[in-house]
Design a protein around this ligand. Structure first.
Ligand SMILES: Cc1cc2nc3c(=O)[nH]c(=O)nc-3n(C[C@H](O)[C@H](O)[C@H](O)COP(=O)(O)OP(=O)(O)OC[C@H]3O[C@@H](n4cnc5c(N)ncnc54)[C@H](O)[C@@H]3O)c2cc1C
Length: 562
């Protein structure tokens, strides 16, 4: 095949966590690497994210003297993912994830800290832990990126420059009206933001910090990222992938990759056609919080050359709301705060509202029917809830904007009956549901759905509410309601890969020179979300594994840990 416009050893498609980790590892192994990104920004959903990674048996856990092991983590995956994904894939993850974290921590600007107390999502199952296995990218001064700072994918919601908080800080601030720790952390973050504004520190946290740290490391190593360069198709010779056709300056651009192509271009979050073809109705790409460039291009390119696909019907779901003139809102912690419930169209509760986001949306889909729609579901809260807790971007006591009511996003009622009428719910059912829930709240035990029984539920609870930090009566008027739809953080189905991140054909054989990581590949986590960071952890780990395989295992050794 002649007429190549550019030649490299390794071509990496995409610029999120999976792509950046793959590119850095390959380059540090002495390979020539090029990254191409379709949009004008690098970072993808990873830059929009909480930046958490679920890494069992990681060195930070060990340093803190917490009990974890490969065997314990394997038991946990057996009891969560089960045999929905191959054992070899799960083992590859468990063995390489802690190694990848050490690799980056000792060979790059990437630094992590533990998300202390962020329990596994099923901590009571065998192998689970309430201490949690999540780590996150440590805050970082974005001004170190120089001109590249401007091309970092911005957060979906504009926040003042210098304002940044870690996931643990955010969780504490959520309790600002209840706990001294909440007030103290809010004060600390406020003072820090003021200091950053005065000194010009562009403090980044969460996914933005992780991506910025990776970007600076790639810059130091001289890895180019070509923005506005969409990947279009794979070039195959004698059954092996030898390069790609991309688009550069509006024209086809042929890139030869002599050692391998790594597809790490996210999922099909914003491809409505693919979502309707593979997923259950109702599904709407506008409910996805995933990065706008994620339209399944690399999955389709893989399918075109005979790659096997899996898990296409699933996603990293989460109950979401659609505020007026704002990006879709993914609700993580606020569903657990005491004094709110979710009900179906009949006005009845149907799940543990404080369960993990994926779990709640699975319940919405499983129970949805023409007779009793569960999509959208309705979240009900009382005035005490509004006064005390964050909901979406609304701070405690912050007046609800008029536009929320005018657009129909928020509904209000002076009585539960009035609220039910305004939401089209059966008033009698809603009254019964709330009365039953209030009794559970007084007794501290949710007999229907066990809300607050798990350490995971309680992570987002209010510790001052006894005996159950996730339960409080809904009784203080006026009452409010918001509709919740099945949103997501991205899709999780894609190209099937083996334990070396090689893309597989339908017969299980690998396609030579083709690798995939992140949401382009079918997730090792099957239909579950075992713990915070279950998508970025695997994305970066399989990016690392792919690069390691291309380099024949000869990657830079792990050095001194910070
Ligand atoms: C608000 C939010 C919070 C989240 N929090 C967490 C969290 O804390 N922990 C966690 O584990 N997960 C979290 N997630 C999910 C997680 O961010 C994603 O699942 C993960 O980052 C996907 O990584 P990736 O490497 O597969 O792709 P991405 O980071 O999405 O990157 C893919 C990139 O590929 C580019 N691309 C697409 N098509 C092409 C093409 N044809 N050519 C070139 N480039 C292309 C895209 O533009 C994009 O930049 C969160 C997501 C969101 C939206």
């Amino acid at each position: 095949m002649a007429n190549w416009d550019h030649t490299t050893d390794v071509l990496v498609v995409g610029s999120g966590g999976g792509a950046m980790t793959a590119a850095l590892t390959a380059k540090q192994a002495g390979l020539d690497v090029l990254m191409i990104e379709k949009t004008e920004y690098y970072g993808g959903s990873t830059a929009l994210s909480g930046g958490g990674l679920w890494i069992p048996n990681n060195y930070l856990l060990q340093r803190d003297g917490l009990d974890d092991s490969l065997e314990k983590a394997r038991t946990y995956l057996k009891n969560t993912v089960g045999d929905r994904t191959p054992q070899a894939l799960q083992d590859a993850y468990l063995e390489n994830a802690p190694e990848m974290v050490k690799y980056l921590s000792s060979n790059s600007h990437v630094r992590f800290h533990r998300s202390v107390g962020y329990a596994d999502y099923y901590p009571e199952r065998p192998g689970g832990t309430a201490d949690g296995r999540a780590i996150e990218g440590s805050p970082f001064d974005g001004s170190k990126l120089g001109a590249d700072f401007k091309q970092l994918r911005p957060m979906s919601i504009k926040i003042p420059a210098g304002l940044a908080f870690t996931a643990s800080e955010y969780n504490k601030i959520g309790m600002i009206t209840s706990t001294w720790a909440g007030k103290w952390v809010a004060l600390k973050v406020g003072v820090r933001t003021f200091f950053n504004m005065l000194t010009g520190v562009k403090l980044l946290a969460l996914g933005q910090a992780l991506v910025a740290r990776l970007r600076l490391s790639l810059k130091d190593e001289g890895v180019p990222i070509w923005l506005n360069t969409p990947f279009k198709e794979l070039v195959v010779e004698d059954g092996a992938v030898v390069g790609v056709v991309a688009e550069k300056d509006g024209k086809p651009f042929r890139i030869r990759a002599s050692k391998g192509v790594i597809l790490a271009a996210g999922g099909f979050d914003h491809n409505q056609q693919m979502r309707e073809e593979f997923q259950q109705a109702p599904v709407n790409h506008e409910w996805s919080s995933g990065s706008p460039g994620n339209t399944g291009d690399s999955i389709q390119a893989g399918m075109k050359i005979g790659a096997k696909i899996d898990l296409m019907d699933d996603a990293w779901w989460g109950p979401s709301t659609v505020p007026p003139n704002m990006p879709v809102m993914f609700h993580v912690g606020d569903r657990s705060y005491p004094g709110g419930i979710m009900v179906n169209a009949a006005g009845k509760r149907f799940t543990n509202e404080a369960a993990s986001y994926v779990e709640v949306v699975h319940a919405m889909y499983e129970k949805n029917s023409v007779e009793v729609p569960h999509i959208p579901a309705t979240f009900i809260m009382d005035s005490r809830f509004r006064r005390k807790y964050i909901f979406g971007t609304l701070f405690p006591m912050q007046p609800i904007p008029k536009s929320y009511f005018e657009s129909g996003y928020f509904k209000r009622g002076d009585t539960l009956e009035e609220l039910a009428q305004n939401c089209g719910l059966d008033p009698k059912n809603l009254a019964e549901t709330v009365a039953r829930f209030n009794q559970f709240a007084r007794n501290g035990r949710d007999e229907d759905f066990h809300r607050g029984d798990s350490a995971y539920d309680r992570y987002y609870g209010d510790p001052t509410i006894k005996p159950n930090p996730c339960l409080a009566p809904i009784e203080k008027p006026p009452f409010y309601a918001v509709q919740m739809v099945p949103g997501d953080l991205g899709t999780k189905g894609g190209l099937a890969i083996d334990e070396y991140a090689r893309v597989l054909r339908a017969d299980g054989s690998p396609i030579p020179n083709l690798y995939a990581a992140g949401n382009t590949s079918a997730s090792v986590m099957g239909n579950t979300y075992p713990g915070a960071g279950s998508t970025i952890g695997p994305a970066m780990t399989f990016g690392y594994i792919a690069a390691k395989h291309i380099a024949g295992g000869k990657i830079r050794p792990i050095g001194r840990l910070p």
